[in-house]
Design a protein around this ligand. Sequence first.
Ligand code: SAH
Ligand code: SF4
Ligand code: F3S
Length: 440
Amino acid sequence: MKKLYIETMGCQMNKSDSERISGILSESGYVETDNEKEADLLIVNTCSIRQLSADKAYSKLGVWGKRKKTNPELKIAICGCVAQQDKEKVRQRAPYVDLVFGTHNIYELPSLIERMEHNEKVCAITNKPVVCNQNDFKIIRKDSVNAWIPIIEGCNNFCTYCVVPFTRGRERSRRPEEIITEAKNIIKEGFKEITLLGQNVDSYGKDFNDKNITLANLLRELNKLEGDFRIRFVTSYPSDITDDLINAVDECDKVCKYFHIPMQSGNSHILEEMNRHYTKNQYYEIVKKIRSRFPDVAITSDFIAGFPGETEEEFQDTLNAIEELELDYSNTAAYSPRVFTKAGKMTDKFLPEDVKYERLERLNEKNKEVCLKSNEKCIGKVFKVLVEGKTEKDGKIILNSRAGNNKIVHFEDNSKNIGDFADVKITKAQTWCLFGECCN
Ligand code: SAH
Ligand code: SF4
Ligand code: F3S
């Protein structure tokens, strides 16, 4: 067996792709290792969401390129969003790369690897995905508790700052039967949580000519499967969350009461500049609707600080939104110009780096403050948690778990194990996690 090392950057979609790459390559004679120094094949699965992420990919390649000088047999591959974006240009920066493959070319890997092994320099980037049943391919999942199922790939939204529609292509949903088969396999293998993935998961099924194929109905179908497991879905687009989806989340006991709904900005003018299809008030209405339906729900978000042309007052609206909406957690980032995007061309409106980073700092402060408040409200409540990990501290066993609303809960217990559900009463709150006592 040859040894394979995969370094994965970026979002859950990339992590899920890496598990699929690992599975496919296991059938071509590769076994995955955690030690990059002993690998025969090195793959970097890249992210291009911000310049920093793309730079990280190239600096990894640089390190590996040097290693090839002393070990010419070593093979180096790059895939993911930077590969899809830069295509042959990858080789101009890193000529020692043996294989470049795009986000649409994963299922062609067996033949690509064979060509690479015959010392051909391969670059496989298409804009059309290979049509196949993904269940025909092996998947080697990294986690033993949570399993990812991509249900829709690509994005049609073209937010002006975002490179994803260019690196992942247009929306393509997987057939519900295929997803349900994958879910059944996952449950049989003993996984306790299924996370349905998509850049815009609420668009699931819109590309089929069948109005019954929706995320809401998929949740209903998955909820019917037997077994002790729970279901999550990410990421939601604010104005695509339908009443039917909210009803489905309510009806389905296995579906976690948790929504990740990136707002991006709390100001309607900036939202319009971003080509987001909702106003500040519409976002507020959606949050209100969800909160009134599910008392213990958590709503998390993403925000960008320093979008081109953003004024101090407009930025203040973002800080106000986080506070007024009592968002449970937010991912934050300073705006980073991306190739192909509309905002990337608004160079005359770009804000100075120090302004962007100063705003990001205030955004992070506000996020921290609001997160702590959200966590403090959990004290005294009992959550059903799923144990994800275990650590030993001063002779005591501390379990790391996650509640349905996605909050991290630590508790001391000797009888529960990784993969077990437990009822935990929350006794203490910190900014990023909760502490509690098991009560069952
Ligand atoms: N599909 C999801 C998000 C995918 S990208 C959505 O629509 O919300 C993940 C996050 O990266 C985005 O929510 C956004 O906050 C951030 N992001 C995307 N492009 C960015 C850019 N050019 N600069 C800074 N942050 C960006
Ligand atoms: Fe990017 Fe917008 Fe699509 Fe999200 S919805 S992936 S932010 S273009
Ligand atoms: Fe990054 Fe591509 Fe995901 S750009 S965030 S890895 S879809």
